[in-house]
Write a protein that binds this ligand. Structure first.
Ligand code: COA
Length: 197
């Protein structure tokens, strides 16, 4: 069996955190159907409608620990357990860098799930030899932009989108924001699980 972590959110909710599996395909399609149009737009930057196409499902599910992973957070007490997911894709031209994206169901945002997923992305990318994570947001996605800044990313504007960048070797200078402290705690908890002692 693959990696699978049983953790608790800060409100005490038990969750399972694991890579996305082929058998999750219908659940991922359903999770996207449940997103608000705004959330879908913020993640995909185009009005993709309620149906996630097969090509995007393949892109999320087909993984290789060296080049692309997708992990999900599940609340097993729920009828529909999926509450969020995140991926990173390694930059082919610059393998020291990987692009991450994250998505948490609207009603479950601000519970620390995005920050937990960021910690998993950080450590799985670091394990693969990635040195920098980058994330892109639309200019009006203020919540995501603030969250990334609060989690210690350097933000710049490239004329079209906001570009956020984390140095994965720089664990010691995370900001003293709520999300930054949360991220540091998850990194400390997950590091032995993902990187070994
Ligand atoms: C961006 C996104 C992934 C963040 O996920 P999230 O689960 O809401 O993130 P968290 O709960 O970990 O952190 C967000 C908020 O919780 C706060 N928080 C985190 N840990 C905290 C703690 N211990 N105590 C109090 N607040 C805390 C953060 O400061 C932040 O607060 P703010 O929104 O008031 O600034 C989510 O909003 C989302 O899915 N957005 C739509 C898609 C998207 O924009 N993706 C990003 C581009 S790919």
């Amino acid at each position: 069996m693959g990696e699978r972590f049983e953790l608790r959110l800060r409100d005490g909710t038990p969750v399972i955190v694991r890579p996305l599996l082929e058998e999750d395909r219908p659940a991922v399609a359903e999770a996207y159907r449940r997103l608000s149009p705004e959330g879908r737009y913020q993640r995909f930057w185009s009005p993709i409608g309620e149906l996630l196409g097969d090509a995007m499902l393949d892109r999320l599910i087909e993984q290789d620990p060296q080049t692309h992973v997708t992990w999900v957070v599940l609340d097993p007490a729920r009828e529909f357990p999926g509450v969020g997911g995140a991926s990173w894709w390694r930059n082919r031209a610059n393998p020291a860098e990987a692009e991450i994206s994250a998505m948490v169901l609207d009603a479950d945002q601000r519970r620390g799930i995005g920050t937990l997923l960021l910690a998993v992305m950080w450590l799985t990318a670091f394990r693969a030899g990635v040195e920098h994570l980058v994330a892109y947001t639309l200019q009006d996605n203020r919540r995501a932009a603030k969250w990334m800044q609060d989690c210690g990313a350097d933000g710049t504007w490239d004329g079209y989108k906001l570009v956020f960048r984390w140095d994965l070797n720089n664990l010691d200078s995370l900001p003293a924001t709520a999300a930054g402290v949360d991220l540091a705690e998850w990194l400390a908890i997950l590091s032995p699980m993902i990187l070994g002692d």
